[in-house]
Design a protein around this ligand. Structure first.
Ligand SMILES: CCCCCC/C=C/C(=O)SCCNC(=O)CCNC(=O)[C@H](O)C(C)(C)COP(=O)(O)OP(=O)(O)OC[C@H]1O[C@@H](n2cnc3c(N)ncnc32)[C@H](O)[C@@H]1OP(=O)(O)O
Length: 392
């Protein structure tokens, strides 16, 4: 568990004195409605910064100083002693901002995080208009060829469980795909699983302290993630190469076509995990399959075969596993040659009728989940999985 925690630079193990620079909590107390938009941008930036790769000590100090200036104003604490290297470096950085107004510091912080996010994205994401394979990050491979952008979950040894870093990368990949030259976008998995859902070790931070802040940052990430699927403007197709669990199932209701291998299963064990549905499934599933079948999945965690999921309207078509890849990609290549604007507009007409509702459902589901994640039921289920690697 310690190793997993160390992956995030904001919590990284101490290797040199400056590496213990950590970032202040998400405890922001700006009042007044006029400041709301800025405040939200700032809060989002504070969340996003925790998901970035280590930007180096110099940049961490800049971020630290801007954060302190934005939340507390000019440096107002005594200078640490000369041997207190870390705190002195932090104090120097904050003090150097002089009387910079809080609002300017807040804006500079947001701009700096944006520039760091886009530079880390540009090193791992497909470039708009690319017409050949591009390397994504280790766990998410993004390629664009012949009018199809393929986003592949690539963590087969962990059944493609989605880490917080991967949520962030998928958001960036979808944003890039919405602007690139491709006609359609595909999400799929590498290995025997499509995806085992949320990586349950995403919650180790929650178990390790600073609970409320961690839960809040996970909630913002989840909401942004699902919003991206709601707003995605081009045809989005899921190529479900194997079993799907949790969020990878609920999101399917937001895709335009779902092709599944007959090896695939569809499982949403939310109650078993002390959690509740997300991905707009609490709204889409009952509409799609009727309340009785939706509740069997979302409340009781009934696992569906690919055939059953197809009968319920969650899957568009099922293919024998032996011919799955060939048949599906032949079909997708044909679809990618259809007039792109016509496809976008048709999708828009269908989605626009529900878009506002879907965003509201997403917000509500995330707010309920935020409470669930703090419940004993959820904490015990996650601890149980992480300690015993219990199977559901
Ligand atoms: C921004 C955050 C938003 C949160 C949104 C809310 C999302 C909710 C969900 O998605 S809920 C669903 C969560 N997923 C699960 O509960 C699945 C848990 N995994 C399992 O039950 C099983 O691993 C399995 C049925 C998927 C596969 O079983 P099996 O074929 O026997 O393989 P292993 O169990 O040996 O798995 C291999 C390896 O992968 C690790 N792993 C699999 N799934 C996850 C996961 N979801 N999170 C973390 N790790 C996972 C597993 O522990 C093994 O690791 P190891 O080899 O032991 O190191």
């Amino acid at each position: 568990m310690a190793q997993r925690l160390a992956k995030h630079w904001c919590l990284s193990a101490i290797r040199s004195p400056l590496q213990v620079i950590s970032f202040p909590a998400l405890q922001l107390h700006v009042s007044g409605t006029a400041m709301r938009a800025d405040q939200k941008d700032f809060e989002n930036a504070v969340t996003r910064v925790k998901l970035l790769k280590d930007p180096g000590n110099e940049m961490k100090l800049k971020l630290y100083a801007l954060y302190k200036q934005a939340t507390e104003g000019p440096c107002n604490v005594p200078k640490p002693g000369v041997f207190n290297l870390i705190n002195k470096a932090k104090w120097d950085a904050w003090n150097a901002l002089g009387s910079l107004p809080k609002e300017t510091a807040r804006q500079n912080y947001v701009d700096l995080v944006s520039s760091l996010s886009s530079s880390s994205a540009s090193s791992s994401q497909v470039k708009p208009g690319a017409d050949k394979e591009q390397q994504g990050s280790e766990n998410l491979v993004v390629t664009s060829e012949n009018g199809i952008t393929k986003i592949m979950l690539n963590r087969p040894t962990k059944k493609n469980a989605i880490t917080t870093q991967m949520y962030q990368e998928i958001i960036l990949a979808l944003k890039a795909a919405s602007k690139d030259d491709s006609t359609i976008t595909v999400l799929t998995g590498n290995g025997d699983y499509y995806c085992s859902g949320n990586d349950l070790s995403n919650f180790t931070d929650v178990l390790s302290g600073e609970i409320e802040e961690k839960v809040k940052s996970i909630a913002i990430l989840l909401r942004d993630f699902v919003d991206c699927f709601i707003d995605f403007p081009k045809p989005l197709i899921a190529v479900v190469n194997g079993p799907a669990v949790g969020i990878s199932v609920t999101l399917l209701g937001l895709f335009d076509a779902v092709y599944a291998s007959d090896r695939a299963t569809f499982h949403t064990p939310f109650s078993q995990l002390g959690q509740s549905p997300e991905g707009c499934s609490s709204y889409i599933f009952p509409k799609m399959m009727g309340p009785a079948k939706a509740k069997e999945m979302l409340i009781f965690g009934k696992k569906l075969t690919a055939g059953e999921a197809c009968a319920q309207g969650l899957v568009t078509e099922v293919f024998p596993d032996s011919t799955f890849q060939t048949e599906v990609w032949t079909r997708l290549k044909a679809y990618s040659k259809l007039p792109p604007n016509a496809m976008r507009i048709s999708k828009q007409i269908i989605r626009n009728m529900e878009k506002e509702k879907l965003h509201a459902v997403n917000a509500e589901e995330v707010s309920v989940l935020q409470e669930r994640w703090l419940s004993d039921e959820c904490i015990n289920a996650v601890m149980n999985f992480l300690s015993k690697r219990a199977k559901l």
